[in-house]
Design a protein. Sequence first.
Length: 104
Amino acid sequence: MIAAGFAPGSEPLWPFHHSVYWDLTQRICREELDPEYDGATQAGTPFCQSGTPACDAEYDYASRPQSVKDAVASVSLSGRIQRPMLTVQGTLDTLLPPATDADV
């Protein structure tokens, strides 16, 4: 996690954010953009381990149909900024590491 850009010292926050934000946010976003991935299951199976059928831990975007890629493209950044945005981020942010998401 440190190598991925998260700040040293943020380790105590990782389990909380995993249980409250990371897993849930990933499953909700995947459900919106690729609802057919797990059939009738709504927003995936919480905290499923790799190897569980239709588990988001096994999600392979490259193998998904073009309709999924089109859905992702519809929410992708265009680079055409029409309004300025100011964000505030702390150095121990464990959701979006500053080194990869804010410093730029």
